[in-house]
Design a protein around this ligand. Structure first.
Ligand code: TMP
Ligand code: ASP
Length: 236
């Protein structure tokens, strides 16, 4: 399968059409952005690491009956995936309070939440991806019905259960993560985008060292080393 035409360039990936209808190639970029791309950087090899990590985790989820856009990894930074129409909601699941949650609600950083919190953010860079609820989704016409939102929530919870256990066994705390879903050609809602240290927070179970994009956001250094450590533990 070959890249025919670039259809879209996002902050972390480029999407290309292929000879086959409804099948795309996603290329993982080395670029790093934060705070709605106000902060920009690049880390040589980051694309390869995220491609490997994301491919592994999509395969893990598929084995656990979660439908995804993922077909297969084709080389170090490219995957084959089904074409989907992305639902413009960033589904964030949190096990531990940190990041924007602590800022918004004044919850202590590092507080373990009594249950996994699932939040929806409207995927719109111009608006700064604002937090929205079900009624906002209805008013904006983002989804066809409330059942679709319930489905996104239940998928996020299932995925959290699978990933939290997987990472816990590898000495990593899954603090929070962002998912995106899309509709395939048959109208099925499937998990899309990526799952990587760009879109998740991982803290070491013993030291709480941050092993994710917060190292870039907060200028902590050793960004690539942290992503390599996550991959090493995933493969262990
Ligand atoms: P937040 O605490 O900044 O709201 O982030 C919650 C989670 O979502 C965290 O794992 C990082 C991830 N995330 C993205 O993947 N993309 C984004 O644009 C933002 C703001 C967060
Ligand atoms: N991905 C977002 C951006 O580039 C924000 C973030 O992940 O912090 O701006």
């Amino acid at each position: 399968m070959n890249k025919i035409k670039m259809l879209y360039e996002g902050k972390g990936k480029k999407l290309y059409s292929t000879e086959e209808k409804d099948i795309l190639i996603a290329e993982f970029k080395d670029d790093l952005t934060a705070f709605n791309a106000e902060k920009k950087g690049s880390e040589n090899g980051k694309g390869d690491l995220n491609c490997k990590i994301s491919s592994f985790l999509f395969e893990l989820l598929e084995k656990n009956d979660i439908k995804t856009h993922f077909i297969k990894q084709i080389d170090s930074k490219n995957i084959l995936c089904k074409e989907v129409k992305i639902i413009p909601i960033e589904v964030v699941t949190r096990n531990v309070a940190t990041g924007s949650l602590t800022k918004r609600l004044g919850i202590l950083d590092g507080k373990v939440l009594p249950f996994p919190l699932v939040e929806f953010y409207y995927k719109d860079d111009a608006l700064g991806d604002p937090l929205i609820n079900d009624e906002h989704c209805k008013i904006l016409g983002i989804t066809e019905n409330i059942q679709e939102l319930e489905f996104l929530r239940s998928q996020a919870r299932k995925i959290n259960t699978i990933l939290k256990k997987f990472f816990d066994d590898r000495n990593l705390r899954l603090i929070d993560f962002k998912l995106e879903f899309g509709k395939d050609a048959q109208g099925n809602i499937v998990l899309a985008d990526e799952i990587s240290p760009d879109s998740c927070r991982f803290w070491d179970k013993n030291t709480n060292e941050k092993l994710d994009k917060d190292r870039f956001r907060q200028d902590l250094g050793s960004v690539k080393l942290a992503y390599e450590e996550v991959l090493k533990r995933i493969l262990s």
